[in-house]
Write a protein that binds this ligand. Structure first.
Ligand SMILES: C[S@@+](CC[C@H](N)C(=O)[O-])C[C@H]1O[C@@H](n2cnc3c(N)ncnc32)[C@H](O)[C@@H]1O
Length: 255
């Protein structure tokens, strides 16, 4: 088996001293929901827009943000994967995982922590090294990406997961189309590198126009489900599609 590395390609490597998920992370994630403390009120500061002020106020009062900081997860998003994995059992010891849209690295940390054999994270943005994982700084659409990934993983992937989000415009219908477009590209990518029986997880948004993607998912996978993990903010229309039982490049998987 290939040696696992903590490379960030290309660019400078920075290290993190935090060890994530020291307790039972899923339980901690649950506790994050209920252990609400006093509300922190942020004073209006000059130079801060109303949107920035609202964001800061929400961050400071978000139990998942606090729990993520306490447990050493790089993002509150880590809890979404923890919750999805608790429900769907995607990351089993020995699995080979591709994490699309990895920055700042929360999902990658979870995949390593839960025993994946090989984890490769890809993002347009730099990601600090995650011990036990390989990080590629680049666009997952690069033509050489499937080959690079299968080489790094030492074979086809068991799970392709995408928490990717495009830059938003603030115009909901446009943003919806962009995220669906990105999820469709991620699905096409996944079908090129998944092993038969593999799983695909991707962030999508509620609101029509994903019928075509759903039809393709059903064609390629034996089971397709949607989930909104508790860590996903209620006011957000974000949800995740979880497709399991990849039929294989030639549809050779089991029904
Ligand atoms: C919500 S963040 C992911 C958070 C991450 N799951 C975590 O737990 O830390 C979405 C990421 O998708 C990345 N992204 C968007 N389009 C991409 C693309 N074409 N290729 C690679 N990454 C992309 C963005 O740069 C961004 O960092």
């Amino acid at each position: 088996m290939k040696q696992r590395s903590t490379t960030r390609i290309p660019g400078k490597a920075r290290t993190s001293s935090l060890t994530p998920g020291t307790g039972n992370s899923a339980a901690d994630g649950q506790a994050a929901q209920t252990n609400r403390t006093k509300t922190v009120t942020v004073k209006k500061a000059r130079g801060r827009t109303t949107a920035q002020h609202r964001w800061l106020q929400r961050q400071l009062n978000d139990p998942y943000v606090q729990a993520a900081q306490k447990q050493g997860w790089r993002s509150r998003a880590a809890f979404k994967l923890i919750e999805l994995d608790d429900r769907f059992h995607l990351i089993t010891p020995g699995t080979r995982i591709v994490d699309l849209g990895a920055a700042p690295g929360g999902w990658t940390q979870v995949a390593v922590k839960r025993g994946a054999a090989e984890v490769v994270g890809v993002d347009l943005l730099p990601v600090d090294p995650v011990p036990g994982a390989t990080i590629i700084e680049g666009d997952f659409n690069d033509p050489d990406m499937p080959d690079r990934l299968t080489e790094l993983l030492g074979g086809r992937a068991d799970v392709v997961m995408s928490d990717m989000a495009p830059n938003t415009t603030g115009h909901a219908p446009t943003d919806h189309l962009r995220i669906i477009g990105l999820a469709e590209l991620a699905l096409d990518f996944a079908t090129r590198i998944l092993a038969p029986g593999g799983a695909f997880v991707a962030k999508v948004f509620q609101g029509g126009s994903e019928k075509q993607m759903l039809a393709e998912l059903k064609r390629q996978f034996t089971q397709v489900r949607h989930a909104k993990p508790p860590a996903s903010r209620k006011e957000s229309s974000e949800l995740y599609v979880v497709a399991t039982g990849f039929r294989g490049p030639d549809g050779e998987g089991e029904d």
